[in-house]
Design a protein around this ligand. Structure first.
Ligand SMILES: NC(=O)c1ccc[n+]([C@@H]2O[C@H](COP(=O)([O-])OP(=O)(O)OC[C@H]3O[C@@H](n4cnc5c(N)ncnc54)[C@H](O)[C@@H]3O)[C@@H](O)[C@H]2O)c1
Length: 263
């Protein structure tokens, strides 16, 4: 029904989980994909640029490298993220700021870094009488749209990225860039594993507990019309729609991919 042949995609947080499935589906549709992740081992062997998106200089480097190595930039998926939860009185400034840094500051810097290429390329295409759509997909969460207890920082960062999405849809409409967001409910990745003493991830020297208490998981799944968490392939399907020509007349929207569940 569509092909992404000759398109260049950049997917952040592509080493595992939803980002990896998105990268696989983009590649299966024919796109050349640049993978980014904090974890170099998870993206070894592909076109890749490992590094920390919260390092202020890194988003520019990532954009430059994608264009230099793959010859363009047509699709950007701002997916990298993690949770660092606690009730508000136990949330430190560092913890709150870390959630803003990865979920809103990094996507902002990445899109700003891509702006000159997008503007110049779109102007050249327009002068040649061609309309070429480019795509930005920002990943958000029902924690942003509904609020998530224990997630003051995460839900604030994920809500902010919706504002960025709608703003960039307005700024970049003239360049034929569709800018949309996908908000997930529960998707089966390490972020929603049953919470145990071992369910930690390491970010910048911090051992951060990620996961959801089993009782909470059971409650949430029971409240989900489809009665289950989603697979990473199902999550990637919603993202692929916004990366494809099927969404050429959709911009500034948030698609909730949650099996019908809301918090
Ligand atoms: N799994 C869910 O239920 C769920 C629900 C709502 C939203 N989300 C969002 O989906 C996105 C993907 O999450 P996932 O569930 O696949 O998690 P995941 O942990 O499986 O994958 C996320 C990837 O992002 C990478 N990453 C984290 N910080 C980074 C940084 N600073 N620089 C570069 N890479 C970094 C990690 O190394 C990891 O490989 C995140 O934005 C997350 O907030 C997930």
């Amino acid at each position: 029904m569509f092909s992404l042949k000759s398109k260049v995609a950049l997917v952040t947080g592509a080493g595992r989980g939803i980002g990896r499935a998105v990268a696989q589906q983009l590649a299966a549709a024919g796109a050349a994909v640049m993978l980014n992740d904090l974890d170099p081992e998870t993206i070894a062997g592909s076109a890749q640029c490992a590094g920390d998106l919260t390092d202020p200089a890194f988003p520019q480097l990532l954009v430059d490298r994608t264009i230099a190595e793959l010859g363009g930039l047509d699709i950007i998926v701002n997916n990298a993220g993690y949770t660092w939860d606690n009730i508000i009185q136990k949330t430190t400034d560092e913890q709150f700021q870390a959630m803003l840094d990865i979920h809103i500051v990094a996507p902002f810097r990445l899109l700003r870094a891509a702006a000159p290429y997008i503007r110049d390329t779109a102007k050249r295409e327009a002068a040649e009488g061609r309309r070429v759509h480019r795509k930005v997909v920002n990943i958000t969460s029902i924690s942003a749209t509904d609020g998530g207890a224990g997630q003051a920082g995460y839900s604030s960062g994920k809500a902010a990225v919706i504002g960025l999405t709608r703003t960039m849809a307005k700024e970049w409409g003239r360049y034929n860039v569709n800018v949309n967001a996908v908000g997930f409910g529960l998707i089966e990745t390490r972020l929603i594993q049953p919470l145990t003493a071992e369910s930690t991830i390491e970010v910048k020297g911090h051992e951060i507990r990620v996961g959801v208490q089993q009782a909470m998981l059971d409650k949430v799944v029971a409240a989900c019309p489809l009665g289950r968490a989603g697979t990473v392939e199902e999550a990637a399907g919603a993202v692929l729609f916004f990366c494809s020509p099927l969404s050429d007349f959709v911009t500034g929207e948030v698609l909730i991919c949650s099996g019908g569940m809301h918090f």
